[in-house]
Design a binder for this molecule. Structure first.
Ligand code: IPE
Ligand code: IPE
Ligand code: MG
Length: 246
């Protein structure tokens, strides 16, 4: 594979979030079962994790299974859980010094998978090159509902005043409280939607949509997304002149 896209190594996004879509359509186009698409998708996860680590990305958050995905046919859900179980032992984390974390409603996850997730987080907790996060049984509305409940409990027991509810105190109640907001959000597969992913956190993220199916997404595609991100001016509400002065 020849790598052609140049990226500025001084301005690598700290946090990249990805909506890994189109495994099913990739498989269908090849007349394979949908699960073959998910299997190939796992190979892309490994490739992209390694490349992101090489590039110096600090956090990579991968949308792996949404709250809404529980509504898929049971055999597909089981196959996805099986894939997670099979690949958490992977050397990828230790070899690349990657810390593993998971965000989402883990109470809904089968016990065996949940145990393995905790083992993997424990095993990799001291790794420090990059943090790879999978969003599993995750949706933003679930996360925000959960956060609001936590805040309401605190107000009820008197440890928090309503005026103490600030952007920071909300942020602390989110599943993502241990990481910065995504700088860049990538969605593969051509759909132009956010599908209940990191709604609060993506308030100022740069969005990058591409038509490539996730199983075909590779190192070069990631570099293209980063180069595109680097060509943009992030203004955070200010004027272009103010930003240029910095
Ligand atoms: C993304 O691929 C993986 C998950 C949502 C688990 P899809 O399974 O959504 O593939 P398409 O969108 O049906 O092609
Ligand atoms: C989003 O993909 C969720 C994940 C990538 C895990 P979907 O394929 O479920 O999204 P929609 O439902 O088509 O928007
Ligand atoms: Mg999809």
């Amino acid at each position: 594979m020849s790598i052609s896209t140049e990226v500025d190594m001084e301005r690598i996004p700290r946090h990249i979030a990805v909506i890994m879509d189109d495994n099913g359509r990739w498989a269908k186009a090849k007349e394979l079962p949908r699960t073959a698409g998910h299997q190939q998708g796992v190979e892309t996860v490994k490739k992209i994790t390694e490349e992101a680590t090489r590039l110096g990305v600090e956090y990579l958050t991968l949308y792996t299974f949404s709250t809404e995905n529980w509504n898929r046919p049971e055999p597909e859900v089981a196959a996805l859980m099986g894939l997670i179980l099979d690949h958490l032992e992977d050397e990828i984390f230790m070899k690349n010094n990657v810390r593993f974390r998971v965000i989402g409603d883990l109470e809904r996850i089968p016990e065996q998978v949940r145990v393995r997730l905790h083992e993997c987080m424990e095993r990799t907790k001291k790794n420090e090159k990059m943090t790879m996060v999978i969003a599993l049984s995750y949706s933003s509305r679930w996360e925000l509902t959960h956060a609001m409940r936590q805040l309401a409990e605190k107000v009820k027991n008197g440890s928090l005043q309503p005026t103490g509810i600030t952007e920071e105190s909300i942020q602390e109640c989110l599943a993502t409280s241990f990481m910065p907001d995504p700088d860049l959000l990538i969605r593969t597969g051509g759909e132009l939607r956010i599908s209940n992913y990191l709604l609060w956190q993506c308030a100022y993220s740069e969005f990058y949509f591409c038509d490539t199916y996730w199983p075909d997404f590779d190192e070069e595609e990631l570099r293209k997304a980063i180069a595109d991100y680097q060509s943009r001016e992030r203004r955070f509400g200010k004027t272009g002149e103010q930003v240029a002065k910095k």
